[in-house]
Design a protein around this ligand. Structure first.
Ligand SMILES: Nc1ncnc2c1ncn2[C@@H]1O[C@H](COP(=O)(O)OP(=O)(O)OP(=O)(O)O)[C@@H](O)[C@H]1O
Ligand SMILES: [Mg+2]
Length: 414
């Protein structure tokens, strides 16, 4: 956006003034005069048709005066910035012009430098306003055109990406991702679960929904995604209500999905779902690294085993090097057995990162759940393992709120 030329419309009833101003601007590489108007009426009309960034506006004109024209233009197209150019150096005019919505006020004949810097300032502002408008539009479209049943969505305009990652295989990453997605999902916070383990992803198996559409069916279409395409391809898990984007059916198809495509799919889903939970493999692929980069919260899983703890230390260092704020990492311990002396507190102290959630070891429930293809959050959520997942979901909700207020206060300070 910033490299786009600033589009200028000149409104003045005197031909000579229009020509002089045009000449002053003709050698500016990033300014383009897109039109000239001779009256206030024409100015209003051309502003609508040409959609300039900046309007240079005279005050005294035959039909509609410059101040009234400014008012109309600012109301019609709030992103357009008007700079008044007038012989009247009068304070009263200036005040009226500003009240009408003008951004700046220059006296005629303007000095070249003065005019150009006023146009550049106004142009930058117009482009920022345009971008803001476009973003709002995007959110509005996703609210009205998004998936059904999105009540409460407006309270959460941008969904949160939660990446579940363990640097050691077999620690329960998928078990946690699947059950966490179910715990986070409700009518107000709709959740989609994405399998980021593109080679050997087994999310679909965990919910007994294998053999359906996968991410390979969307990846080539990322440039023109719409909610209908996405909704068609996502697996609808009836028992829980969550949606699932499954991994490719065959490991050799993993390479059909690039990191860029994966990122775009996540970003798209962020617009219609409150939570986008991503399961990962312990091998750090480009796809997983970019998901981590994009994520709001990374749930980092360890167990009480020394190799898992050692790898957690390595990954915490790596995330730090990647510039990931420590607050975005929620450290969790799975398969916790209180008979083992390596406690969450000790691990937290040792790695200088507090363990914020603990999921107990259960020898029967998770294994039976995966073999039946029925996640335990559906039928065993009151058991200790289920309560562990609920507590993890609560910590995530709290962390998301804390990060949001941190962001708000840091942007307020700026
Ligand atoms: N809290 C727990 N208590 C006991 N067993 C568990 C627990 N969590 C997961 N498991 C079991 O650990 C095994 C591995 O789980 P899972 O497949 O979720 O791990 P993973 O980290 O995703 O593995 P992979 O690296 O293969 O993707 C499964 O048999 C699962 O039932
Ligand atoms: Mg797994």
């Amino acid at each position: 956006m910033a490299v786009d030329k600033i589009r200028v419309l000149i409104v003045d009833d005197i031909a000579e003034t229009r020509e002089n101003v045009r000449k002053l601007l003709q050698f500016e590489a990033d300014v383009e005069v897109v039109g000239t108007a001779r009256t206030g009426k024409e100015g209003i009309q051309f502003a609508l048709e040409m959609n300039p960034d900046v309007v240079l506006m005279d005050i005294n004109m035959p039909d509609i005066d410059g101040i009234t024209a400014t008012e109309t233009i600012c109301r019609q197209s709030p992103h357009i910035q008007v700079v008044i150019l007038s012989v009247q150096g009068d304070q009263n005019y200036m005040r009226r012009a500003m009240l009408a919505g003008a951004r700046d006020f220059l006296t005629k004949p303007p000095m070249g430098d003065e005019l150009i810097s006023a146009i550049k300032r106004a142009g930058k502002m117009a482009q920022e306003e345009r971008e803001k408008g476009a973003k709002q539009q995007m959110v509005m479209t996703s609210i009205s055109g998004g998936a059904p049943g999105m009540s409460g969505f407006s309270a959460m305009p941008q969904g949160k990406i939660i990446v579940v990652y363990s640097p050691k295989g077999g620690t329960g990453c998928t078990t946690i991702a699947v059950n966490l997605a179910i715990a986070l999902h409700n009518e107000d916070t709709r959740t989609v679960l994405v399998d980021g383990n593109l080679q050997f992803g087994d999310v679909a198996v965990f919910v007994n929904e294998q053999g359906k559409n996968t991410i390979v069916d969307i990846a080539p279409r990322v440039e023109d995604l719409d909610s209908d395409i996405i909704e068609d391809i996502l697996i609808k898990h009836q028992a829980s209500g969550i949606r699932i984007l499954a991994a490719p059916q065959k490991p050799e198809h993993a390479e059909k999905v690039s990191a860029d495509q994966f990122t775009k799919v996540l970003q798209f889903m962020q617009r219609s779902y409150s939570y986008v939970v991503v399961d990962t493999s312990s091998i750090l692929t480009e796809v997983i690294l970019s998901a981590i980069d994009l994520s709001d919260v990374i749930v980092l899983i360890t167990t009480q085993e020394i190799p898992a703890i050692k790898n957690s230390r390595l990954i915490l260092d790596l995330l730090n090097t990647m510039g990931i704020n420590k607050d975005r990492i929620l450290f969790a311990m799975n398969r916790y057995d209180k008979r083992i002396a390596i406690t969450p507190e000790r691990v937290g102290e040792n790695l200088k990162h507090e363990v914020s959630a603990v999921i107990p070891f259960d020898e029967k429930i998770p294994l039976a759940a995966v073999n039946r293809g029925i996640p335990f959050m559906l039928d065993n959520k009151s058991q200790p393992i289920g309560r562990g997942i609920l507590a993890l979901a609560e910590s995530i909700r709290a962390r998301v709120i804390a990060l949001e207020s941190e962001n708000e206060s840091s942007s307020a300070r700026r």
